[in-house]
Design a protein around this ligand. Sequence first.
Ligand code: SIN
Length: 310
Amino acid sequence: MTPELSITIAGVRFPSCFMNAAGARCVTREELERLGRSRAGAIVTKSMTVEARQGNPEPRYFGFPSGSINSMGLPNLGYLAYAEMIPALRTFKKPIIASVAGLCEDDFLVIAKEINASRPDLIEVNLSCPNIPGKPQIGYDPEASERLLKRVRPLITVPMGVKLPPYFDPVHHQVMAEVIRRADVDFLSLINSVGNALVVDPDREAVVIKPKGGFGGLGGAIIKPVALANVRAFWKLLEGRVPIIGTGGVVRGIDAFEHMLCGASAVQIGTALVEEGVDVFERLERELAAVLAQKGYGSVDSCRGKLREL
Ligand code: SIN
C-alpha cells in the first residue's frame, strides 16, 4: 500500500507534506497559482511587507552544487495585494499560508490584522530574514521576539506559526523555546537560511551576489545538518506539542524522511524548487513514499520524531 503523505498541522489538513518555502517562486499571482496547480501540499506566499518592494540589487541569488546563497531583500507585492489574492487562491483547495514580515514591529501588526481578515488557513510570522541591510534578524533577540509575538497573537485568529533563524547553541534553543511556549505559537517553521554567509568565486576572485558585499543566506543541501539540529532541538524542548515544518536541505525524499525522524510534520522546499521548478513536488512525493514503504512506515505521521539516540 502507498504510504500516506497527507498530514495535519494545528487542525489544518495538508494533502501532501511538501510545500514551498516562503520566498521560493511565490511572489507573483502567477507563481502562486502555479503552486496551486502543482502537487505542493500548500501555497505559501512570499513574506509580505507593508509596501511593495523591489528587493535588493541583482544578482541576488546564486546556486552552486551543494546549495545556494541569496540576498533577495524581501521583494514582494505588498500585503494588500496578497490580501486581495487569497480568496481566489482558495479554488486550489489546499491550505494557504500567508507569510508576514515587516521592517519594524508595528508593520507586523498592520499586516497581520489585514491578512488575517482575508482568511488564509495559517499565518507564518517571519522573524528571520537576514537580508535587509541594517535590520538585524528579530529572532536573534528573544525579548523583541516575545514582545512582537505577544502583540501580534491577539490579531490572528487562524493558526499562527513562527519562522525562526538557525540557532547554534543549546542555550539559545532553550531561551527561544520558552518564548514560543509563552507566546502561544501554533507551529514553527525551522529554519530560515543560514544568514550572512559568504560564497567566493576563486576564478573571478569575487563574491557571487551583489547585495551586502556578497553576504547572504545559505540554503540547500549544505545546511541540512543545521536544519535537522534545530528541528530536533525544538521538538524535544517543546515535547512534540508544537508542530514543526522543517526547512533546509530537502533535495531528495530521504532528506524529508530525516526531517520527519527529527520531529517535522511537513517540509518546505526552497533551493530545490528554485532550481527544479514545481515538478520537484511530484518527485519528492515519489521518493519519500518509496523510502517509507521500504522501511515499513505506513505514513509520515508514523515516523515523526522516531530518531534513535545512541
Ligand atoms: C529575502 O527575501 O531576502 C529572503 C527572505 C527570508 O530570508 O526570510
